[in-house]
Ligand binder design. Sequence first.
Ligand code: HEC
Length: 507
Amino acid sequence: MRRIIVILSLAAVATVFACRYLLPERFAVNAPIAHQMFGGKGAGTPEAEQIDVRMGVPEGFSVGLWATDVRGARGLRFTEAGDLLVTRPRVGEIVLLEADHDGDGRSDGQRVLMKGLNRPHGMDFHQGWLYVAETDGFGRVRFEPGDGTEAGQARLAGAYERLVENLPKGGNHWTRTIRVGPDQKVYVTVGSSCNVCLEDDPSRRAAMLRFELDGSGETPFASGLRNTVGFDWRPSTGEIYGTDNGRDLLGDDYPPCELNRIVEGGFYGWPFANGANRPDPDFGEGQAAHIETSIPPAHPFRAHNAPLGIAFVRGLGTLTADGDVAIVALHGSWNRRDKDGYKVVSLHFGPGDQIIERDFLTGFLEREDVIGRPVDVVQGPDGAIYVSDDYANVVWRVSLDALGPASPGLGASTPGDASDPLAGIEGETRARLVSEGEALYAGHACGSCHEAELADEGVVVKPLEGLGARYTLVELSSLLRTPPSPMPIPDLDAAERRAVAVYLLSR
Ligand code: HEC
């Protein structure tokens, strides 16, 4: 078997070099990789003028560079203090980009937080731990977020402990993504070792694995996922949605990349089927059983677009007014005649299974000229969307203009600036809603997570402060309908959600 794989991979490599002449209809190399792969500097920082002219965002949004000179920026995660951690896998580092305290719309500086890691890619926070996925395992370290002051700087509070040492490594897809789910389990994705092949261990490669918080109890969660670099929990349903990159060497427009709804025990087709259960021309023959049981994508992306990071977002005005919305980074094609992808899109979850894809941030690609490649997406504590870019070596920030150029949640706005979120609810009505809300807040044990004194042991405490600067009443009510993971969905009807929101905004 191994010999066959070696021969197949050699054949694939040969094809890559010979393809232009031998198989032009199946495969073409056209990637902006020259600088990147061969040790050069990538594309360099886009100029302000280029950004103005090229970059496109939806009506009511603005885009700018939040941090520059972050070489090979990949995974992103915000700390509780509003600093942004970024992985730089190729040099084994995690850097900390300081929050924008001076309000100029940019990070205040960067420093190395961890080094000597083995291709760190994904990260997540849970109960005071920073979890880090390396190419061959994962670990965690105690993390003190600090308060952003010189004296209260973020720091590691202990040694990094490798919890799992034996994730399959090597081969093509070396990034590992890690998230802690609302069920307090650790989810890790491991891409395939090849473009298309039979894996030695198909339950641990091209797969999603699940562990206990301490790394014990590994169980296969889902398989047939060629390379799921990003996944997140859909707020209103608690389901996992993940991106997946379709295989290469089948032409410019086939197969689609995928968004999958990832369920326990689910099989997603690779290497036997592509897209909506179409047999793979190389590995599909005689695999009817596998192909039939494979779960088709929830949404197809265009072939070779390479969807990576995904984040469900909230509080973005009309963009998020009609239901769940996920933002997805399309890293862009490298093997299609004309480049495609190279943008950030929003996915709008409609009634039934409907998902509509719209452009969110464009301009990375213009007439075959590339100035950036988006990788990971997170929503900041200020509500803005942050996107890492491993080609321009920057972090982009896309914000709703209504949120202001700086970061309200991060001390940039003066208190009292924001108009009263409870304007229009006066006198007795207000008093009644506040007391109803307070009772519901107590009855639903919100304080067991949000008040330090009441917190159950081991639960993340996040004080509910400064909400009025970040949410309108409508937004806060709707947040309670679809709270950010890992907060459980409270059992409240619309009127109750409104009362709780009024209470929270009145505090
Ligand atoms: C099991 C723990 C838990 C319980 C119970 C809980 N929450 Fe949360 N809540 C969280 C977590 C975790 C977050 C997300 C924190 C983050 O964004 O990192 C959150 C976020 C929030 C936010 C957004 C905060 C912000 O700064 O943007 C609000 C508002 C909120 N919760 C309100 C409530 C209310 C009201 C209740 C009771 C109905 C409640 N929560 C119950 C854990 C909990």
